[in-house]
Design a protein around this ligand. Structure first.
Ligand SMILES: Nc1nc(=O)c2c([nH]1)NC[C@@H]1CN(c3ccc(C(=O)N[C@@H](CCC(=O)O)C(=O)O)cc3)CN21
Ligand SMILES: O=c1ccn([C@H]2C[C@H](O)[C@@H](COP(=O)(O)O)O2)c(=O)[nH]1
Length: 283
């Protein structure tokens, strides 16, 4: 939790104001942040200086694991996070590729589970990784990437947390996740939870011990309309100890994640937090 608050403070102390054309807002911005989560010791990086909605964050990531391309499927899992980008983004609404209400196009999980090959067949990046890790194989390219520049116009948003690399050292599994753009008050709150839960889940279904998750961020920003709440409210609060994430031990395969898992299979123990803060969201 300290590293999150330190990053927020660093943006305020050292950030540069950058005009963002896509949203029409200014962002206070720093380049390069490295965060680290101790998954092996279950130090769940849930924000405590405001109420955090971890189930939304995990639901969103489970949707990526399933290769969802529709905001309605995300809502059914328990998160509304894709509603705005699927249905309110001007460029996407006017795109000939949008298939209708709630369609997100070929974003995130679609690339992860069915990357289009030149011959028209598809490639399942995640299944290859899970199969290898289960068999104790790390070919030094256990990489899941959602980043497909050739298909950007086929989706509503370019992926922010775009690449995840798994590494096996003996029987301990580590994860390195890369993020190109980070809305620190809103998005990072979710992304921290997702990086942690992704390593915990893949370690569980491949029968490995979870180690560390390394989260590497390039552009970390606070939107102009979020700054006051961050500076005068959230950063004035003292953090509580990290809680723990309990995952249903009956989840043992990728197929389980694809079929019956719901948010009821995740529980947080020992979460103490301050009051909620409602940060503005930019589409
Ligand atoms: N500007 C922007 N910031 C983001 O963080 C972001 C995007 N756009 N677009 C794509 C996804 C969607 N994400 C989102 C979207 C909404 C919330 C949000 O409103 N969170 C609230 C309430 C969550 C809830 O009630 O479940 C929060 O207080 O954290 C968070 C992340 C992260 N991403
Ligand atoms: O997982 C996510 C997804 C999105 N974000 C934020 C980062 C930016 O503020 C916007 C995306 O805008 P771009 O113009 O495409 O960079 O969404 C996030 O923090 N985490």
């Amino acid at each position: 939790m300290k590293q999150y608050l330190q990053l927020c403070q660093r943006i305020i102390d050292e950030g540069t104001w950058i005009e963002n054309e896509r949203t029409g807002k200014r962002c206070l911005t720093v380049i390069n942040a490295d965060l680290e989560y101790d998954v092996g010791n279950n130090q769940f990086p849930m924000i405590t200086t405001r109420k955090s909605f971890y189930k939304s964050a995990i639901a969103e990531f489970l949707g990526y694991i399933r290769g969802y391309d529709n905001a309605a499927d995300f809502r059914a899992l328990g998160t509304k996070t894709w509603d705005a980008n699927a249905n309110l983004n001007e460029v996407w609404l006017n795109s000939a590729h949008r298939k209708g209400e709630d369609d997100m196009g070929r974003v995130y999980g679609v690339q992860g589970r069915s990357w289009m090959k030149p011959d028209g067949s598809t490639l399942d990046q995640l299944k290859k990784i899970v199969d290898n890790l289960k068999n104790g194989i790390d070919d030094r390219a256990e990489i899941l990437t959602f980043y497909n520049p050739g298909e950007f116009e086929l989706g509503c948003l370019r992926p922010c947390m775009h690449t995840h690399t798994f590494s096996l050292l003996g029987d301990t599994l580590h994860l390195t996740s890369y993020q190109r753009s980070c809305d620190v008050p809103l998005g990072l709150n979710f992304n921290q939870v997702q990086v942690f839960a992704f390593l915990a889940l893949i370690a569980q279904i491949t029968g490995k011990k979870a180690g560390k998750a390394y989260h590497k961020i390039v552009n970390a920003h606070i939107y102009e309309d979020q700054l006051e709440l961050m500076q005068d409210v959230q950063l004035k609060r003292e953090p509580f100890e990290s809680p723990q994430l309990k995952i249903n031990p009956k989840i043992t395969s990728l197929e389980d994640l694809e079929t019956w898992v719901t948010m009821d299979d995740f529980e947080v123990v020992g979460y103490q937090c301050h009051d909620p803060i409602k940060y503005p969201f930019s589409v």
